[in-house]
Design a protein. Structure first.
Length: 541
């Protein structure tokens, strides 16, 4: 897992280095164009923001790894504390069982003690009755008196031992009460420790849940950051494409402007030529009109001359005189000369008319060329407008991309602020976890001290149980002696039955006492067996 994370970090660093190289290449490309300085500045800001975001992400990843390590260590400590708590709970449960057993044994001992008291009281009453019977009886032997004294002495010893046993039982009860109180205090301390440990567990669970939520948020932020980087890459590609398109549009626009300038020069030249042609045409038209007037005048003159010639011919035919003929011929030659001159003028006018017609054709051609040039200029203007519109669209798209980059930058700043807040919250959580760990260690130490105290109390209980066992053993020995004395009592009672009928009732009472004593002996045997079983159980523990 660590190896996968290290490989992932290496890949991320390699990708970041590639992105850094791409940024530098784009910046180098943008630095050569003064018209893109504003865009280059925004691009440098974006590059600085991305680099700062990458550094913050690396620091955040390092902090997350530290937090994960601390959580693992704290989990191990909590597991150890839980194990110790479970061990303490097991020990306390065993102590509870032992104390319950001790209470049961004390209760049984108390019951048997009460029964023994009742038996001793009954024996006292019987002894008093026997003493009375002995005082009333006569002829008692010395042996019987000695036996009675021994019985009385034994009774006093038994009574004394009973009082001692009662004193020991009272002490044991007091010690047991103290042990019970200590056990209750230990139980309360254990419950408090368990409650505190449970609170610690809940706190740690909450911290782990918060750490898990923070981890999920961090992953979400990383995904968003990667998505932003992807969007930025795509936007950069789009910006590059738009820059290339704008550059290409600029070049085409420059070409069109150059063509437009050339076409304007051609149009101006054509306009000047057209104006010259129009002026020449007007002049030619004016000359044509003048020539037409001249032609009409000449035509009228020709007609007039023809009429005159006809008249002359008529006169020539009529006139046979030489002088008249000479005048007519002279006038005819003049008419011929004028006619030749008119013909020459007519040819000149025809040539001028042909020149005017050719000028009209040239004017028409110039008009057509001017119209074509105008159409070309209109087409170039339309293309220029289209390019201007495309350029405006490209600038608008670039501005949108810049606005989008600003939005991404703002989102990145917001993410950085959230990450900083998460870091501060994680620092607070670490402080709280450290404080809880200190309190947990303190409670663990207190629980350990209480466990030691419980173990010491258990040893005291074992010592007291051994003392109780010794006392019970002494009681058993005393009961054995009492049984022997009872046998002596039976012998004495048998002898006394020979002397007095009143001893029959005493014998019945002694028989009843014997039966009770057997019951008590049986109970004592049962108590011994129980004590032996308890001792075996204690030895096993």
């Amino acid at each position: 897992f660590v190896q996968e994370k290290s490989e992932k970090l290496v890949l991320e660093e390699t990708a970041f280095e590639e992105i850094e190289r791409d940024f530098q290449e784009v910046l180098n490309e943008l630095s050569g164009d003064r018209s893109l300085d504003k865009f280059r500045i925004e691009y440098e800001k974006l590059h600085a923001v991305m680099k700062r975001s990458y550094d913050n992400e690396r620091r955040l990843m390092a902090k997350c790894r530290e937090l994960n390590a601390e959580i693992v260590v704290n989990s191990a400590k909590v597991a150890t504390a839980l194990k110790l708590s479970q061990d303490d709970q097991t020990t306390i449960a065993s102590l509870k069982k032992e104390i319950e057993k001790a209470w049961k044994m004390v209760d049984l001992a108390y019951d048997k003690e009460q029964k023994a008291k009742e038996t001793i009281l009954a024996l006292k009453e019987e002894i008093v009755n026997l003493t009375k019977l002995v005082e009333q009886g006569s002829g008692l032997s010395m042996d019987q008196d000695s036996n009675i004294r021994d019985l009385l002495k034994f009774k006093e010893e038994v009574t004394k031992e009973r009082d001692q046993l009662l004193t020991e039982v009272v002490k044991l009860r007091e010690s047991l009460a103290q042990i019970t109180e200590q056990q209750q205090d230990t139980e309360r301390s254990r419950e408090e420790a368990e409650q505190t440990i449970s609170q610690f567990q809940q706190e740690i669970q909450l911290r782990q849940n918060e750490a898990s939520r923070e981890s999920r948020k961090k992953e979400k932020l990383e995904k968003e950051l990667k998505q932003i980087q992807t969007d930025m890459d795509s936007k950069q590609s789009e910006i590059k494409a738009l820059q290339q398109y704008v550059q290409k549009s600029k070049e085409e626009l420059q070409k069109l402007e150059q063509q437009l300038k050339e076409q304007k020069i051609l149009n101006e030249r054509a306009a000047k030529e057209l104006e010259q042609f129009q002026m020449r045409n007007a002049k030619l038209q004016q000359e044509n009109e003048q020539h037409s007037l001249v032609c009409e005048q000449l035509s009228q003159e020709n007609q007039q001359k023809a009429l005159e010639l006809k008249v002359t011919c008529d006169r020539f035919t009529e006139c046979h005189d030489a002088p008249e003929m000479a005048k007519v011929l002279k006038s005819e030659f003049n008419i011929e000369d004028q006619k030749a001159e008119v013909e020459q003028n007519k040819e000149t006018l025809k040539n001028q008319i042909l020149g005017l017609e050719r000028g009209d054709l040239e004017v028409e051609a110039s008009k057509k060329q001017a119209e074509l040039d105008k159409k070309a200029v209109d087409e170039l203007l339309r293309e220029r407008d289209i390019l201007n519109k495309n350029m405006l669209k490209a600038v608008s798209a670039t501005q949108k991309q810049i606005d989008l980059v600003k939005l991404h930058e703002q989102a990145k700043r917001n993410l950085e602020e959230e990450i900083q807040n998460y870091k501060e919250e994680a620092q607070k959580q670490r402080k709280i976890i450290f404080q809880l760990e200190k309190e947990r260690d303190r409670y663990i130490n207190e629980a350990s001290d209480l466990t030691q105290k419980v173990l010491l109390n258990m040893e005291d209980i074992k010592i007291r149980e051994m003392q109780i066992f010794d006392y019970r053993k002494k009681i058993a020995e005393s009961e054995t002696k009492l049984k022997q004395q009872q046998n002596l009592y039976e012998a004495v009672r048998s002898d006394r039955n020979l002397y007095s009928k009143n001893l029959v009732e005493a014998q019945d009472e002694i028989t009843e006492m014997k039966r009770k004593l057997k019951i008590m002996t049986h109970q004592v045997d049962q108590l011994k067996e129980e004590i032996s079983a308890k001792e075996s159980a204690l030895v096993k523990l």
